[in-house]
Structures are given as C-alpha cells and as structure tokens.
Design a protein around this ligand. Structure first.
Ligand code: GUN
Length: 311
C-alpha cells in the first residue's frame, strides 16, 4: 500500500502519520493573522521577492506556488524573471536593487542557477537580514553560535519545518539521540544545528559513514535528507523512533507511470517507527509555509518590532 492511501492523522503499521500538510495549513493561517495585525497596527505589509533565472520547469512550479501563497497570506509578492543566459553581473545588480528596496523584506533567489552563475557569490550578495532562505554565511554562523535578538538567525526553511513537526509531535527534545543522514548546507547541517540547540545528542551521517544502518538504529529521531529513493530501510529504524523523511524522489512506477517516494522505505519503516512523515504530505508542504513565516520575521526585525511566535 502506498502512503497516499492512508488518510491524514491515521496510523500505518503502528506508526502515527505526521501530517505536514495540515501543520503547514495551520502555520499559513498563523502567518496570515500576523500579517493582518502588522498591517492594521503598524502599517507594515511584509514583502517577498523571488528571483528566477531561466525556465527550469520544477523551479517555475515552485516560484508560482510561492507567489500564490505569499499573496494568500496577505503579503506583497514580487517576481523577477531573468533569461537563462543572464550574466552573474545582471543577477547581482538585481539583488542589489532588492536589498535597497524598503518594500522588500525577504529575498529568495531560486536555485539551481545556470552554470555561468556562482550561487555562493549570489547568496553572499543578499542582505543577511533579508535572506529568508537562511543560506548566507552570516545566518549559518548565527545559527551555529546561537545568536539571539538582533543576532538571531534566519533559519533555512526545510530544516526549520522539520523541527516544528518534531516539537509538535514530541514536545521537549532534550537528551534524545538524533541522527541526521545527509550533510548539505541547505538541510543536513542546519538540521543538526537546530537539534543540537534543542539539546539533542546529534550525529550527522553521510555516504561515507561506516555501518550506517547501525548508526540509524541508535536514533530516537531519524532525519533522512540524502536524495536517494527509499534508502533507509525498516531494519534501520529503532522501534518507536520518530522518522522525518525530507526526500522527494520521482521513480518509475511501471506502465509508463512515475510516483513520488522519500528517502525512507515508507511501509517497512512505518511498521517499526512510532511516528513518520509521509511523502508526499509530510515535510514538503512545510517549506513554503516556513518561508512565509521567515518573511514576517524578517519584516518585523527590519521595522524594529518584536517578531510574533509562529512555529
Ligand atoms: N530550490 C529548491 N528549493 C529551494 C529553496 O528552498 N530555496 C531556494 N532558493 N531555491 C530552492
């Protein structure tokens, strides 16, 4: 049976399903309420600018979805499209223009970028206080050093969404063994930092880890973010563990069809885990909802007013 056959909120093979779709809807509702209050009480309308270079179909879908959800939350949405052949200089000039625009509180340059553009150079050019992706080294450093107040980081959306789901499910995470499989700058590394800040004992595992199944079996919290379809097997999961599957992989389903699967072999893992995120409907819907929340946070900080608690 596929995960999509299980109604949200129900259990499969013993594990509770963590309903990211429902949590994301709730978060978007809290964001919209916060935006309404900011408009009424502060005359402040948060604005998110998204820059898309080229015509990658998946990126176009993401960008359209971000624009739609930004408007639905009552915020201003600014979309900037550049040709696939645009130079790095042109993109840097666009970023500089958005950095200087007071109506823009969040800037997201959609990745991946065409080969003539170095993404690290572009990310470094974004004002860290408008970096709603949380990819700038200043934000990575603030996350690592536990910055508070004016030094609080903007945190990458996907790992922050995973943390929200974990805290909603488990409450206090302190003392738990967390294993993060994957060491990307976008998910694995910030996820590890967030879990460490919650006083978990954190292991970051990756493709070179010796006896990865045994390492995973020690996890009370297992986060899979490797981009390999169904790599994490049922016998890698500690009984009762909470499993967060960040993977979104399209695989051949036979008969000319495809289907989406995560990095976790769902049916096997759900038979052992205490709770698990499905794919689709788990982590995926959280990313844009957290992006909206980060935009509200960024707008409040830029206006010098306290940011609402949205998570
Ligand atoms: N491409 C796919 N996901 C993302 C994301 O979260 N941020 C950016 N900037 N690009 C992406």
């Amino acid at each position: 049976m596929s995960s999509t056959a299980v109604p949200a909120g129900e259990t499969q093979g013993g594990a509770a399903l963590i309903d990211g779709k429902a949590f994301a809807a709730g978060l978007r509702g809290r964001v919209a309420a916060a935006v309404e209050k900011l408009k009424a009480e502060q005359g402040l309308t948060p604005g998110l600018a998204v820059v898309l270079v080229g015509e990658d179909p998946a990126s176009q879908v993401y960008v359209r979805s971000k624009g739609k959800q930004t408007l639905e939350a009552g915020m201003n949405s600014f979309e900037h499209k550049l040709d696939a052949s645009a130079s790095q200089e042109t993109l840097l000039a666009k970023v500089a223009e958005l950095n200087a625009d007071p109506a823009v509180h969040g800037i997201l340059v959609q990745l991946p970028l065409p080969p003539q553009i170095d993404s690290q150079t572009v990310i470094a050019a974004i004002d860290p206080d408008k970096d709603v992706d949380g990819f700038h080294v200043i934000n990575a450093g603030r996350l690592m050093t536990g910055g508070k107040g004016a030094e609080a980081p903007l945190v990458p959306c996907t790992p922050l969404g995973c943390l929200m789901l974990l805290k909603d499910r488990l409450g206090d995470l302190s003392g738990l063994n967390a294993v993060v499989v994957g060491r990307s700058n976008i998910v694995g590394k910030p996820m590890a930092q967030l879990l460490l800040a919650e006083s978990c004992t954190v292991t970051v595992a990756h493709s070179r880890t010796k006896d990865l199944p045994a390492v995973c079996r020690g996890a009370d919290i297992l986060v899979a973010a490797v981009g390999r379809p169904e790599m994490v097997k049922g016998d890698w999961v500690k009984p009762g563990a909470t499993v967060i599957d960040v993977g979104i992989n399209r695989i051949d389903a036979g008969g000319g069809k495809t289907r989406l699967v995560g990095d976790v072999a769902f049916d096997e893992a759900a038979a052992v885990a205490g709770a698990i995120t499905p794919v689709p409907g788990g982590v995926g819907p959280m990313t844009i909802a957290v992006l909206l929340a980060n935009t509200v946070t960024a707008a409040c900080r830029q206006a010098g007013i306290p940011a609402p608690e949205l998570g």
